[in-house]
Design a protein around this ligand. Sequence first.
Ligand code: NAD
Length: 461
Amino acid sequence: MSYDLIVIGGGPAGYVGAIRAAQLGKSVACVEREHVGGTCLNWGCIPTKALLKNGEVYSTMARRAAEFGITAQGLSFDWSAVIGRSRQISERLSAGIAYLFKKNKIDHITGEAAIPAPGQVQVTAADGTVTTLEGQNILIATGARTREVPVFPFNGKTIIGSKDALVRETLPQSMLVIGSGAIGTELSYVYHCFGTKVTLVEALPRILPNEDDDVSQAVERSFKKQGITCMAGARVESLQDNGDSVTATITAKNGKQQQVTADVCLVAVGVVPVVPQAEGLQLTERGFIAVDDCYRTSIPGVYAAGDCIGGIMLAHTASYEAEQAVEGMFVPGHAPKKPEVVPGCTYCHPQVASVGARERDLKEAGTEYTVGKFPFMAIGRAVAGGDTDGFVKLIFAKDGGRLIGAHIVGDNATELLTAPELAIGSKMGAADLNAMIFAHPTLSEAIHEAALDAEGRAIHA
Ligand code: NAD
């Protein structure tokens, strides 16, 4: 069996790369050891969003029904049905990718792939059968897996990773979450929605430390108001497994030690790359697959894209990188690009969405800038929806006034982000945004008002 391209891994990098190559008329195989769709679709983005929806419906009814004039008596939920719905959604979308493979005539091969020599992919099936495929080009898109830290050893019961959190049979009464990146923050919120008492611990000075400082502060304030305990700048010194609970010894920001006992501890302190067996494959110092500007690895004819090469590890960057790599292989004259303007979204409540420059980086670099900011509190649509937490913050370059950063906290922030992203891509400034008519009543009026604020003329401030 010989192909123009063999893709290893069926996640957002692998399946998108495979489909793009097929669209370009190439013969393609995709080798995946589990389900197509990868971590995003099976164990990440999608099942967490399904749980989030369940959580928000329940939490709104449990905590805010009266505010909306609704009486809810005997409200309850079936945790196994909640988990079941999210698993069904993942299965449905994974089946959708398998269908797209068929439609694009991509051979979908199940098994563990290795690269014994340039141009060859060896696939070991579950029954031990080994098949060797020949590929003119090979794209490694093997992704990343949860980072396990020796001091917090997973046991699947009281000390768990995100995968376990997505299929837990019972709802814990209390949960300690270590790490407030996207995973820790999103799952803290999901479990909180169902009534679990959550303590979120982050080693860096703020939760969601990669976000603009104003964003981190706003989410922390909102989480505290909702009843999620946040401990930023805190170090988990040790974790003791008590059989049916865990006790963490934590040094708080003020240097004081305290113990927190919870039914379960979710460890969400990052991911490590998954690297297939491949003779002569060079890795970076941090263990990611080393690639050049065209996504070429150290093995001739072998490329890599997505989480396994590091950088910004998000599903959408993975897809972009794979498309770029594939077009570099097959489109004459195409010079592959690396992701530049990359949006990031965190799905808690309030939602977080950001793209481009953060204020602290500009300050550190001594770059001049202008900020326009507007709270959802003063936006009619947000007030009508009963969801006024958060703001839109736009950062404009002093030089020429182009939009260079957007940070949104609030209801539907992740959907609102596309407008500022387009404005950044189109090199628009505050004056260009202010010349536009924004529909009323919409949440996007906060983008307009923030742009007006940058020129000192917000209307509803
Ligand atoms: P992460 O690296 O984004 O965050 C981990 C956090 O843990 C960091 O803030 C770090 O400071 C903190 N930390 C590390 N060690 C600690 C310790 N001992 N005590 C307390 N805090 C500690 O990793 P993640 O949240 O596990 O996510 C993994 C990957 O998945 C990331 O690349 C993320 O971008 C991606 N992801 C993205 C989304 C999304 O875009 N919505 C959702 C889920 C996952």
